[in-house]
Write a protein that binds this ligand. Structure first.
Ligand code: ZN
Length: 410
């Protein structure tokens, strides 16, 4: 682990593994860990604050390495496990700590050894900040920076499988999976493609302050399969074919076979019953008895199956670039990370895990990285580009097609 030291590390006495009692729940604090593969935490100091030349410089910045756990990081900085759990309690609304991966940075602001602020720096485009707002409580802020998207054409010819050909041309495994998912109703990539068929993809890469963030999106693509031409163009966050027909399959409104009573509504302004502070409820709660089958609401890829001390066992599914769903407090997961799922597929059994006041399902829908009311938000319906958008769509389509054709491969 790299640590940027601004002032000498205070070697306070770490509280032994006392059991914290939080609400109706007891935890062994040391058992909570990040979902990273774990060799032991090693500490080596490295002083460089250039990238943080800013008035609000954290007292410590950690760069996460494989093997780190949240507990060991807090322990190394002599920040109490109790404060770690206070941060985790705020994290239940955003579930950001579980997405930390090697290379991400953690900024700590301390005052007399007590945590004041914790910044999760995932990339120049995405940060989450937990700030102390009361003696026992933290609140979070999420920062998204859109930056600049730079386009690039990736083109190639089928030689072997689509996967190996597209990888050889420069697409990542995740991008190949996205292309396959987009065209899954139009072509069977294994059966229908022939050697010599061609493909072209306009990919955009995100930059913030000149730095790549690691995020990419597919703006347009074309597969030339003998006499057939298969296309996808991203317009207003959704994908359409050459004729402006949607490539998305419709979503289901609720993640269960039958509708259960809504026990708590989506409410970004909900107040904590005890502290009176805003503690957003970013999902919809359904009064599902333990063991109720939970269904994927749209086609997608499972990106997380994780346990959180407050959210319990939960699943995250990404549905293309724009939509994401989350299912909390489960008793059993029936899918695993990386798995492709289709709308209506059974993915889990509901439960009462984590900090939960009773058996229920907490279901979230996110559009472009932000939680929305899943019961009211415009969910994808298999629809065409509207008449009022035709001119804009056609202009976009022509621009992307021209780009693809200038690869010398069109
Ligand atoms: Zn809920």
């Amino acid at each position: 682990m790299k640590r940027y030291l601004r002032k000498p590390l205070m070697l306070g006495v770490f509280l032994p593994a006392a059991v914290l009692t939080l609400g109706a729940f007891s935890y062994q604090p040391l058992k909570y860990s990040l979902p990273l593969e774990l060799p032991q935490l090693t500490v080596s100091a490295e002083a460089s604050l250039q990238e943080l030349a800013d008035i609000s410089i954290p007292d410590y910045v950690y760069t996460i390495q494989s093997g780190d756990t949240l507990s060991t990081i807090f322990q190394t900085l002599s920040v109490s496990q109790k404060e770690m759990y206070q941060v985790l309690e705020s994290d239940v609304s955003i579930l950001a700590l579980d997405t930390l991966k090697p290379g991400d940075k953690l900024g700590f602001w301390l005052k007399q050894g007590r945590l004041q602020k914790l910044e999760l720096r995932f990339s120049p485009a995405h940060q989450v900040v937990f700030s102390k707002v009361a003696d026992e409580a933290f609140e979070y802020d999420e920062v998204h920076v859109d930056g600049e998207w730079r386009e690039q054409v990736v083109a190639g010819e089928i030689n072997g499988s689509f996967y190996t050909s597209a990888k050889a041309a420069g697409l990542s495994a995740a991008e190949v999976q996205r292309v396959s998912a987009l065209l899954q109703d139009k072509i069977n990539f294994r059966r229908d493609l022939r050697a010599g068929d061609r493909f072209q993809v306009v990919r955009a890469e995100q930059f913030v302050d000149g730095q790549p963030t690691g995020n990419t999106r597919l703006e347009g693509l074309r597969v030339l399969n003998r006499a057939r031409e298969l296309t996808a163009f991203m317009f207003d966050g959704n994908y359409y074919d050459l004729n402006g027909e949607s490539l998305a399959r419709a979503f289901m409104r609720v993640p269960t076979k039958r509708q259960f009573r809504l026990s708590s509504h989506f409410n970004p302004y909900r107040k904590h019953p005890v502290t009176g502070r805003v503690r957003p409820h970013n999902g919809t709660d359904f009064a599902t008895p333990i063991g109720t089958p939970i269904l994927a609401t749209g086609d997608g890829v499972v990106t997380r199956v994780t346990k959180h001390p407050y959210a319990g066992l939960y699943i995250v599914i990404e549905h293309g670039e724009k939509y994401k769903t989350r299912f909390l407090h489960l008793s059993k997961a029936l899918v695993s990370k990386g798995q492709t799922v289709s709308r209506g597929q059974k993915i889990a059994l509901s439960g009462n895990s984590g900090r939960s006041t009773g058996a229920h399902l907490h279901y979230e829908l996110h559009i472009n990285g932000r939680p929305v009311n899943a019961m009211k938000a415009p969910i994808p319906v298999a629809d065409a580009v509207g008449d009022e958008d035709r001119v804009a769509f056609n202009a976009l389509k022509e621009r992307l097609l021209t780009q693809m054709s200038t690869t010398g491969n069109g």
